[in-house]
Design a protein around this ligand. Structure first.
Ligand SMILES: NC(=O)c1ccc[n+]([C@@H]2O[C@H](COP(=O)([O-])OP(=O)(O)OC[C@H]3O[C@@H](n4cnc5c(N)ncnc54)[C@H](O)[C@@H]3O)[C@@H](O)[C@H]2O)c1
Length: 461
């Protein structure tokens, strides 16, 4: 399912409405950082909220108008909302389900000993909620806000709820995943200003329940599939960890050379065209060319010479090689087919072959005994000069015998067409010429790929 942008035009000029249009009866399971902040903010927004936790200390703290967590502004907010009479707490799951029509699940999902996600708390809670739904009249929506690994809702939570309740998911009850983006230390501010509200759900009613509670926020309301939403949350956390690690590794290398790391990173961030932007953030094929690999190697060497470890930056070339291997394995899995490679240079629109990942693929395929033909309209051997020419001559000495001069020749002689460059004219020619018995392996995320009348596989999609 693709994301739909429901109110994408919300911008900084639109003021956040103070309250949602309608108020709901909401239960919150798990009163840690996420649950306690949600409880206080939802009650502040006018909803009647029941907080449920298995920890009596947390329940008693809230009963006595105190917050179970330490966060800027939370003590005052908790006191005011408890005083408002809209907050109650309990350890009774069944009662909370009966009294409300939307439930937020905010229990912990910590690491198990082997690093996998421990889903014990959320699955045990799902059993209790399912049993409570059995006797509940009327539609109930369950919104998971805990961070869960992809597939958890559809493969674990939904079957438990259906089994325990005897009811049908998407018909008798709604199930949604709405990732929470708050950060400890600024959680109330983050709750009110999320980067976006994103929801994956099993039915329209569940989406509408989330919308009715959060659409007053000045943030885009995006709808996607449950699995994409689950994967998104984990990807966001991985991306944040990657950014921190990048800045710290650049910091260590800079420090080792007596260079101001803050000035370096300030200027890295000042480039909003290539650095802090969607550039280079689409799943596709491996990087290559005359700059990225060599400069990464040089940076790694500087770190070594200065006795600095930069494990993440040092691992990038390894990861890139694994990505090339992944493409080769997709081809070999088809049983040493005749391969036609569309493209040889390191990216569309250049004849630079230096460290081109497509040259690596070609070398591997030749080594594995595949018959190979190559068509790249930009690459004419007679015109290659200097380092570019010697690179290809040393890596694939007989490259001239592999080159074809047209799409007709390439497609006509291949079982598999590996698409490594794209231009509208090439895409159209491919669509027109490819046959049903052929396979296209797409490394460039071809537009209009539905028009290809053949088997299709993406590089990592
Ligand atoms: N802490 C954050 O900044 C943050 C931000 C976004 C998402 N998350 C995610 O949200 C989830 C909760 O995080 P947290 O930091 O609030 O966790 P937490 O450990 O602070 O709180 C979890 C609470 O759940 C309660 N609980 C466990 N089993 C229960 C049950 N059966 N019924 C009711 N309550 C039960 C525990 O007693 C505890 O109070 C996690 O999946 C986490 O990854 C956390």
């Amino acid at each position: 399912m693709r994301v739909t942008f429901e109110n994408e035009l919300f911008t900084g000029t639109v003021k956040r409405k103070r309250r949602p249009v309608s108020t709901r009866r909401i239960s919150i399971f798990g009163l840690g950082y996420v649950g306690a902040v949600s409880l206080a903010c939802l009650a502040r927004d006018g909803h009647r909220v029941i907080g449920v936790d298995i920890d009596p200390v947390k329940l008693n703290l809230i009963r006595s108008r105190k917050s179970p967590i330490l966060e800027e502004g939370i003590q005052e907010l908790m006191r005011d909302t408890v005083d408002s009479g809209r907050v109650s707490v309990s350890d009774d799951t069944a009662w909370a389900i009966q009294q409300t029509d939307v439930s937020f699940i905010c229990v912990g999902t910590p690491s198990a000993a082997n690093g996998s996600q421990d889903l014990g708390a959320i699955t045990r809670l799902a059993e209790k909620i399912g049993a409570a739904l059995k006797t509940k009249r009327g539609f109930h929506t369950i919104v998971v806000r805990s961070t869960v690994q992809p597939g958890t809702l559809e493969e674990k939570i939904e079957p438990i709820l259906e089994r325990e309740s005897g009811k049908r998911s998407g018909v008798d009850f709604g199930l949604a995943f709405q990732p929470e983006f708050l950060r400890e230390g600024s959680s109330i501010r983050d709750y009110d200003h999320p980067p976006y509200t994103i929801v994956g759900a099993n039915c329209e009613a569940a989406i509408n329940a989330v919308r009715s509670i959060f659409q007053h926020l000045e943030a885009r309301f995006l709808v996607t599939s449950i699995r994409v939403a689950e994967t998104l949350k984990m990807s966001c956390n991985a991306f944040h960890a990657l950014k921190i690690t990048f800045a710290n590794e650049i910091g260590r290398v800079s420090e080792s050379m007596g260079i101001d790391s803050h000035e370096v990173m300030r200027l890295v961030c000042a480039d909003t065209r290539l650095n802090i932007s969607p550039a280079y953030l689409k799943p596709g094929f491996a990087f290559g060319g005359s700059c990225l690999p060599k400069d990464l190697r040089a940076l790694t060497q500087i770190a070594k010479q200065n006795d600095i470890e930069i494990p993440m930056l040092s691992s990038l070339l390894t990861s890139n090689r694994v990505h090339i291997d992944h493409a080769v394995e997709k081809i070999l899995k088809l049983g040493r087919p005749k391969v036609g490679m569309l493209g040889l240079s390191f990216k569309t629109g250049t004849d630079d072959l230096r460290e081109s990942p497509l040259v690596m693929v070609a070398k591997r395929l030749i080594g594995e005994g595949c018959e190979l033909r190559i068509f790249d309209p930009e690459v004419q051997l007679s015109r290659l000069l200097g380092a570019n020419r010697s690179y290809i001559e040393s890596h694939i000495p007989h490259v001239a015998s592999l080159l074809c001069d047209s799409m007709d020749c390439l497609v006509g002689s291949s079982d598999v067409i590996l698409v490594g460059i794209q231009q509208p004219v090439l895409n159209e020619a491919l669509q027109a010429k490819v046959r049903e018995d052929q396979t296209v392996i797409d490394l460039v995320n071809l537009p209009n790929r539905d028009l290809l009348r053949c088997r299709y596989e993406g590089a990592c999609w």
